[in-house]
Design a protein around this ligand. Structure first.
Ligand code: ZN
Length: 364
Protein backbone atom coordinates (compact mmCIF):
# COMPACT_ATOMS: atom_id res chain seq x y z
CA UNK A 1 0.00 0.00 0.00
CA UNK A 2 1.14 3.52 -0.71
CA UNK A 3 -0.57 6.71 0.37
CA UNK A 4 -1.28 9.80 -1.69
CA UNK A 5 -2.64 12.72 0.32
CA UNK A 6 -5.80 11.64 2.06
CA UNK A 7 -6.36 8.76 -0.29
CA UNK A 8 -4.92 5.34 0.24
CA UNK A 9 -4.17 3.65 -3.04
CA UNK A 10 -3.62 -0.08 -3.30
CA UNK A 11 -0.73 -0.93 -5.60
CA UNK A 12 -2.73 -3.94 -6.78
CA UNK A 13 -5.50 -1.58 -7.97
CA UNK A 14 -2.99 0.43 -9.96
CA UNK A 15 -1.65 -2.76 -11.48
CA UNK A 16 -5.18 -3.81 -12.38
CA UNK A 17 -5.79 -0.49 -14.12
CA UNK A 18 -2.49 -0.67 -15.97
CA UNK A 19 -3.28 -4.19 -17.10
CA UNK A 20 -6.80 -3.38 -18.28
CA UNK A 21 -5.72 -0.19 -20.00
CA UNK A 22 -2.90 -2.01 -21.76
CA UNK A 23 -5.26 -4.69 -22.98
CA UNK A 24 -7.46 -1.97 -24.39
CA UNK A 25 -4.46 -0.66 -26.31
CA UNK A 26 -3.82 2.56 -24.34
CA UNK A 27 -0.39 4.10 -24.76
CA UNK A 28 2.00 4.30 -21.78
CA UNK A 29 1.34 8.04 -21.59
CA UNK A 30 -2.45 7.59 -21.53
CA UNK A 31 -2.08 4.94 -18.84
CA UNK A 32 0.09 7.13 -16.62
CA UNK A 33 -2.40 10.02 -16.97
CA UNK A 34 -5.19 7.69 -15.96
CA UNK A 35 -3.19 6.51 -12.96
CA UNK A 36 -2.61 10.15 -11.90
CA UNK A 37 -6.36 10.86 -12.10
CA UNK A 38 -7.01 7.74 -10.15
CA UNK A 39 -4.56 8.66 -7.41
CA UNK A 40 -6.04 12.15 -7.16
CA UNK A 41 -9.61 11.17 -6.57
CA UNK A 42 -10.31 7.54 -6.01
CA UNK A 43 -9.54 4.71 -3.75
CA UNK A 44 -10.23 1.52 -5.67
CA UNK A 45 -11.22 0.09 -9.04
CA UNK A 46 -14.77 -0.19 -7.65
CA UNK A 47 -15.04 3.59 -7.44
CA UNK A 48 -14.30 4.20 -11.12
CA UNK A 49 -17.24 5.90 -12.83
CA UNK A 50 -19.41 3.75 -15.05
CA UNK A 51 -17.96 5.51 -18.07
CA UNK A 52 -14.39 4.81 -17.03
CA UNK A 53 -15.21 1.18 -16.40
CA UNK A 54 -16.86 0.86 -19.78
CA UNK A 55 -13.84 2.41 -21.38
CA UNK A 56 -11.55 -0.10 -19.72
CA UNK A 57 -13.73 -3.15 -20.16
CA UNK A 58 -15.86 -2.48 -23.21
CA UNK A 59 -15.87 -5.35 -25.68
CA UNK A 60 -14.67 -4.73 -29.26
CA UNK A 61 -17.25 -3.01 -31.44
CA UNK A 62 -18.94 -5.15 -34.06
CA UNK A 63 -18.15 -4.26 -37.67
CA UNK A 64 -20.62 -1.93 -39.36
CA UNK A 65 -20.22 -3.93 -42.56
CA UNK A 66 -18.43 -7.27 -42.88
CA UNK A 67 -16.17 -6.18 -45.71
CA UNK A 68 -12.99 -4.18 -46.36
CA UNK A 69 -14.85 -0.88 -45.81
CA UNK A 70 -16.15 -2.06 -42.45
CA UNK A 71 -12.69 -3.15 -41.30
CA UNK A 72 -11.12 0.11 -42.50
CA UNK A 73 -13.73 2.09 -40.53
CA UNK A 74 -13.05 -0.02 -37.43
CA UNK A 75 -9.32 0.73 -37.71
CA UNK A 76 -9.81 4.42 -38.58
CA UNK A 77 -12.06 4.92 -35.54
CA UNK A 78 -9.27 3.64 -33.31
CA UNK A 79 -10.77 0.33 -32.20
CA UNK A 80 -7.83 -1.73 -33.44
CA UNK A 81 -4.59 -1.06 -31.60
CA UNK A 82 -3.34 -4.62 -31.20
CA UNK A 83 -3.67 -6.14 -34.65
CA UNK A 84 -2.46 -9.67 -35.26
CA UNK A 85 -1.70 -10.72 -38.83
CA UNK A 86 -1.61 -14.42 -39.76
CA UNK A 87 -0.23 -15.22 -43.19
CA UNK A 88 0.77 -18.08 -45.45
CA UNK A 89 2.25 -18.77 -48.88
CA UNK A 90 -0.47 -16.79 -50.68
CA UNK A 91 1.03 -13.46 -49.65
CA UNK A 92 4.32 -14.30 -51.40
CA UNK A 93 2.89 -15.58 -54.67
CA UNK A 94 3.21 -12.21 -56.42
CA UNK A 95 6.86 -12.05 -55.32
CA UNK A 96 7.48 -15.05 -57.58
CA UNK A 97 8.18 -17.51 -54.77
CA UNK A 98 7.69 -20.97 -56.29
CA UNK A 99 4.76 -22.90 -54.93
CA UNK A 100 6.09 -26.41 -54.43
CA UNK A 101 2.66 -27.86 -53.74
CA UNK A 102 1.30 -27.32 -57.24
CA UNK A 103 2.28 -30.14 -59.60
CA UNK A 104 3.43 -28.96 -62.99
CA UNK A 105 4.69 -25.59 -61.80
CA UNK A 106 8.26 -24.41 -61.45
CA UNK A 107 9.81 -25.94 -58.45
CA UNK A 108 7.95 -29.22 -58.31
CA UNK A 109 8.75 -29.75 -61.96
CA UNK A 110 12.44 -29.07 -61.32
CA UNK A 111 12.47 -31.68 -58.61
CA UNK A 112 10.96 -34.43 -60.74
CA UNK A 113 14.39 -35.79 -61.61
CA UNK A 114 14.68 -36.84 -57.96
CA UNK A 115 11.51 -38.95 -58.15
CA UNK A 116 10.17 -37.69 -54.87
CA UNK A 117 7.44 -40.14 -53.83
CA UNK A 118 5.34 -37.10 -52.83
CA UNK A 119 6.17 -33.36 -52.83
CA UNK A 120 5.80 -33.43 -49.02
CA UNK A 121 8.90 -35.65 -48.83
CA UNK A 122 10.85 -32.47 -49.34
CA UNK A 123 10.03 -31.62 -45.74
CA UNK A 124 10.22 -35.10 -44.23
CA UNK A 125 13.11 -35.88 -41.91
CA UNK A 126 13.29 -39.58 -42.85
CA UNK A 127 13.58 -38.71 -46.50
CA UNK A 128 16.10 -35.92 -45.81
CA UNK A 129 18.31 -38.39 -43.91
CA UNK A 130 18.43 -40.63 -46.95
CA UNK A 131 18.54 -38.02 -49.66
CA UNK A 132 19.06 -34.39 -48.68
CA UNK A 133 19.71 -33.27 -52.28
CA UNK A 134 16.15 -32.25 -53.26
CA UNK A 135 15.82 -30.13 -50.13
CA UNK A 136 19.08 -28.30 -50.81
CA UNK A 137 18.07 -27.70 -54.41
CA UNK A 138 14.74 -26.36 -53.18
CA UNK A 139 16.53 -24.20 -50.60
CA UNK A 140 18.66 -22.70 -53.35
CA UNK A 141 15.53 -21.51 -55.20
CA UNK A 142 14.05 -20.04 -52.07
CA UNK A 143 17.06 -18.58 -50.27
CA UNK A 144 16.43 -15.20 -48.67
CA UNK A 145 17.70 -12.26 -50.68
CA UNK A 146 16.46 -13.23 -54.14
CA UNK A 147 12.90 -11.92 -54.02
CA UNK A 148 11.21 -8.58 -53.60
CA UNK A 149 8.56 -8.38 -50.83
CA UNK A 150 4.95 -7.86 -51.92
CA UNK A 151 2.47 -5.09 -51.14
CA UNK A 152 1.15 -7.30 -48.37
CA UNK A 153 4.54 -7.41 -46.62
CA UNK A 154 4.81 -3.62 -46.82
CA UNK A 155 1.25 -3.20 -45.55
CA UNK A 156 2.19 -5.23 -42.46
CA UNK A 157 5.14 -2.88 -41.99
CA UNK A 158 2.76 0.07 -42.32
CA UNK A 159 0.58 -1.37 -39.55
CA UNK A 160 3.73 -1.47 -37.42
CA UNK A 161 4.71 2.10 -38.31
CA UNK A 162 1.23 3.29 -37.36
CA UNK A 163 1.71 1.58 -33.99
CA UNK A 164 -1.08 -0.92 -34.61
CA UNK A 165 0.76 -4.21 -35.17
CA UNK A 166 0.91 -6.52 -32.17
CA UNK A 167 2.46 -9.46 -34.07
CA UNK A 168 2.79 -11.06 -37.47
CA UNK A 169 2.47 -14.87 -37.33
CA UNK A 170 3.80 -16.24 -40.61
CA UNK A 171 3.91 -19.76 -41.98
CA UNK A 172 6.37 -18.63 -44.62
CA UNK A 173 10.07 -19.41 -44.64
CA UNK A 174 11.02 -16.90 -47.32
CA UNK A 175 11.77 -14.22 -44.65
CA UNK A 176 10.32 -11.49 -46.89
CA UNK A 177 8.92 -9.99 -43.69
CA UNK A 178 12.42 -9.04 -42.63
CA UNK A 179 13.38 -7.84 -46.12
CA UNK A 180 10.31 -5.56 -46.04
CA UNK A 181 11.58 -4.03 -42.79
CA UNK A 182 9.14 -5.53 -40.30
CA UNK A 183 11.19 -5.74 -37.07
CA UNK A 184 12.26 -9.28 -36.12
CA UNK A 185 10.53 -9.07 -32.74
CA UNK A 186 7.19 -8.29 -34.44
CA UNK A 187 7.35 -11.60 -36.35
CA UNK A 188 6.82 -15.17 -35.28
CA UNK A 189 8.19 -17.59 -37.86
CA UNK A 190 5.79 -20.44 -37.10
CA UNK A 191 7.51 -22.93 -39.39
CA UNK A 192 11.06 -21.84 -38.65
CA UNK A 193 13.49 -20.00 -40.90
CA UNK A 194 16.92 -20.02 -42.50
CA UNK A 195 18.29 -17.83 -39.72
CA UNK A 196 19.66 -20.83 -37.79
CA UNK A 197 20.84 -24.33 -38.69
CA UNK A 198 21.66 -27.51 -36.79
CA UNK A 199 23.12 -30.97 -37.42
CA UNK A 200 20.20 -33.42 -37.53
CA UNK A 201 22.16 -36.02 -35.53
CA UNK A 202 24.35 -34.36 -32.89
CA UNK A 203 22.55 -31.01 -32.80
CA UNK A 204 25.69 -28.91 -33.37
CA UNK A 205 24.74 -25.37 -34.36
CA UNK A 206 25.88 -23.82 -37.65
CA UNK A 207 25.70 -20.25 -38.94
CA UNK A 208 23.29 -19.40 -41.75
CA UNK A 209 26.35 -18.44 -43.82
CA UNK A 210 27.85 -21.94 -43.50
CA UNK A 211 24.72 -23.49 -44.98
CA UNK A 212 24.21 -20.78 -47.57
CA UNK A 213 27.76 -21.16 -48.93
CA UNK A 214 27.27 -24.92 -49.29
CA UNK A 215 23.90 -24.49 -50.98
CA UNK A 216 25.20 -22.05 -53.57
CA UNK A 217 28.27 -24.24 -54.21
CA UNK A 218 25.79 -27.07 -54.96
CA UNK A 219 27.17 -29.04 -52.04
CA UNK A 220 25.39 -30.79 -49.18
CA UNK A 221 25.99 -29.21 -45.78
CA UNK A 222 27.51 -31.89 -43.54
CA UNK A 223 28.43 -31.78 -39.86
CA UNK A 224 32.10 -31.27 -39.00
CA UNK A 225 31.70 -33.28 -35.80
CA UNK A 226 29.69 -36.34 -36.78
CA UNK A 227 29.40 -36.25 -40.57
CA UNK A 228 25.60 -36.21 -40.59
CA UNK A 229 23.63 -33.54 -42.48
CA UNK A 230 23.11 -29.95 -41.41
CA UNK A 231 19.59 -28.60 -41.91
CA UNK A 232 18.36 -25.00 -41.66
CA UNK A 233 15.80 -24.72 -38.83
CA UNK A 234 12.85 -25.02 -41.18
CA UNK A 235 10.16 -27.05 -39.41
CA UNK A 236 9.74 -30.41 -41.16
CA UNK A 237 6.64 -32.61 -40.90
CA UNK A 238 6.49 -34.20 -37.48
CA UNK A 239 8.97 -31.73 -35.97
CA UNK A 240 8.07 -29.49 -33.06
CA UNK A 241 7.22 -25.86 -33.79
CA UNK A 242 9.58 -23.21 -32.43
CA UNK A 243 9.04 -22.33 -28.77
CA UNK A 244 8.23 -18.73 -29.65
CA UNK A 245 5.11 -19.92 -31.51
CA UNK A 246 3.57 -21.20 -28.28
CA UNK A 247 4.88 -18.41 -26.06
CA UNK A 248 3.76 -15.56 -28.29
CA UNK A 249 0.40 -17.06 -29.29
CA UNK A 250 -0.52 -17.53 -25.61
CA UNK A 251 0.64 -14.03 -24.79
CA UNK A 252 -0.72 -12.13 -27.81
CA UNK A 253 -4.08 -13.57 -28.83
CA UNK A 254 -5.98 -12.57 -25.65
CA UNK A 255 -4.90 -8.94 -26.33
CA UNK A 256 -5.82 -8.96 -30.02
CA UNK A 257 -8.54 -6.49 -31.13
CA UNK A 258 -8.41 -7.24 -34.87
CA UNK A 259 -7.20 -10.37 -36.63
CA UNK A 260 -6.19 -10.26 -40.30
CA UNK A 261 -5.70 -13.66 -41.99
CA UNK A 262 -4.14 -13.71 -45.47
CA UNK A 263 -3.00 -16.19 -48.09
CA UNK A 264 -3.28 -19.39 -46.09
CA UNK A 265 -5.31 -22.55 -46.62
CA UNK A 266 -5.72 -22.86 -42.83
CA UNK A 267 -5.09 -26.57 -43.24
CA UNK A 268 -1.90 -26.92 -41.24
CA UNK A 269 -2.24 -27.28 -37.47
CA UNK A 270 -1.64 -25.88 -34.93
CA UNK A 271 -1.38 -22.67 -36.98
CA UNK A 272 -4.97 -22.95 -38.29
CA UNK A 273 -6.46 -23.13 -34.80
CA UNK A 274 -5.04 -19.72 -33.89
CA UNK A 275 -8.10 -18.02 -35.47
CA UNK A 276 -10.15 -19.32 -32.53
CA UNK A 277 -7.78 -17.90 -29.93
CA UNK A 278 -9.04 -14.31 -30.13
CA UNK A 279 -12.03 -13.27 -27.98
CA UNK A 280 -15.43 -14.28 -29.36
CA UNK A 281 -16.32 -10.73 -30.35
CA UNK A 282 -13.03 -9.61 -31.92
CA UNK A 283 -13.43 -8.76 -35.64
CA UNK A 284 -11.55 -10.94 -38.12
CA UNK A 285 -10.75 -10.29 -41.78
CA UNK A 286 -9.91 -13.05 -44.25
CA UNK A 287 -8.19 -12.05 -47.49
CA UNK A 288 -7.74 -15.16 -49.64
CA UNK A 289 -8.33 -16.66 -53.07
CA UNK A 290 -10.74 -19.18 -51.57
CA UNK A 291 -13.01 -19.12 -48.57
CA UNK A 292 -11.25 -21.16 -45.86
CA UNK A 293 -11.85 -21.89 -42.19
CA UNK A 294 -15.56 -21.04 -42.43
CA UNK A 295 -18.53 -22.76 -40.85
CA UNK A 296 -21.57 -23.63 -43.01
CA UNK A 297 -24.92 -21.81 -42.85
CA UNK A 298 -26.49 -22.03 -39.38
CA UNK A 299 -28.84 -24.91 -38.48
CA UNK A 300 -32.58 -24.08 -38.43
CA UNK A 301 -33.83 -22.37 -35.28
CA UNK A 302 -35.71 -25.51 -34.21
CA UNK A 303 -32.59 -27.70 -34.42
CA UNK A 304 -31.56 -29.53 -31.21
CA UNK A 305 -30.09 -27.18 -28.60
CA UNK A 306 -26.79 -29.07 -28.70
CA UNK A 307 -26.42 -28.45 -32.42
CA UNK A 308 -27.24 -24.75 -32.06
CA UNK A 309 -24.76 -24.44 -29.21
CA UNK A 310 -22.03 -26.19 -31.19
CA UNK A 311 -22.66 -23.83 -34.09
CA UNK A 312 -22.61 -20.69 -31.95
CA UNK A 313 -19.41 -21.64 -30.16
CA UNK A 314 -17.49 -22.86 -33.21
CA UNK A 315 -14.32 -20.79 -33.61
CA UNK A 316 -14.54 -20.91 -37.42
CA UNK A 317 -15.39 -17.85 -39.55
CA UNK A 318 -19.11 -17.05 -39.60
CA UNK A 319 -19.36 -15.66 -43.16
CA UNK A 320 -22.48 -17.79 -43.80
CA UNK A 321 -24.30 -16.71 -40.66
CA UNK A 322 -26.82 -13.89 -41.24
CA UNK A 323 -26.13 -12.79 -37.63
CA UNK A 324 -22.42 -12.36 -38.38
CA UNK A 325 -21.09 -8.92 -37.37
CA UNK A 326 -17.43 -9.74 -36.85
CA UNK A 327 -16.03 -11.79 -39.76
CA UNK A 328 -15.20 -9.91 -42.95
CA UNK A 329 -14.21 -11.54 -46.23
CA UNK A 330 -12.28 -10.41 -49.30
CA UNK A 331 -12.13 -13.21 -51.85
CA UNK A 332 -9.32 -12.64 -54.34
CA UNK A 333 -5.56 -12.12 -54.61
CA UNK A 334 -3.95 -10.86 -51.38
CA UNK A 335 -2.43 -7.83 -53.14
CA UNK A 336 -5.89 -6.74 -54.35
CA UNK A 337 -7.39 -7.03 -50.88
CA UNK A 338 -4.54 -5.04 -49.38
CA UNK A 339 -4.76 -2.32 -52.04
CA UNK A 340 -8.49 -1.98 -51.26
CA UNK A 341 -7.85 -1.81 -47.51
CA UNK A 342 -4.98 0.68 -47.88
CA UNK A 343 -7.17 2.89 -50.10
CA UNK A 344 -10.04 2.79 -47.62
CA UNK A 345 -7.60 3.86 -44.89
CA UNK A 346 -5.99 6.57 -47.02
CA UNK A 347 -2.67 4.74 -46.80
CA UNK A 348 -2.38 3.78 -50.47
CA UNK A 349 0.16 6.45 -51.40
CA UNK A 350 2.37 5.63 -48.44
CA UNK A 351 2.16 1.94 -49.31
CA UNK A 352 3.00 2.46 -52.95
CA UNK A 353 6.03 4.62 -52.10
CA UNK A 354 7.34 2.01 -49.74
CA UNK A 355 6.83 -0.73 -52.30
CA UNK A 356 8.63 1.22 -55.02
CA UNK A 357 11.57 2.33 -52.86
CA UNK A 358 14.93 1.00 -54.05
CA UNK A 359 15.35 -2.61 -52.96
CA UNK A 360 18.64 -3.99 -51.75
CA UNK A 361 18.76 -7.78 -51.76
CA UNK A 362 20.16 -9.01 -48.47
CA UNK A 363 22.61 -11.86 -48.15
CA UNK A 364 20.93 -13.50 -45.20
ZN1 ZN B 1 26.66 -33.59 -36.10
Amino acid sequence: MSSEGDFRVAESDLEEIRRMAKERGCSDKEIEEMIEDFKKGMTSVDSLTREERNFLKSPPKPLETTDIAGVAKYIAEGHAKNIIVMCGAGISVSAGIPDFRTPGTGLYYNLQKYNLPRPECLFTLDYFRENPKPFFEFAKCLYPGQYHPTLVHYFIRLLHQHGLLLRNFTQNIDTLEEVAGIPRDKCVFCHGSFAEAHCIKCGKEYTPKFVRDKVFANEIATCESCGSYVKPDIVFFGEKLPGEFFEKSDEDFPKCDLLIVMGTSLKVQPFASLIGMVSDDVPRLLINMEVVGAKPAPPPADAPEQELFAYRTSPLFAFNDPENRRDALFKGPCDDGIIALAKALGWDKELQEMFEAPFTPTSA
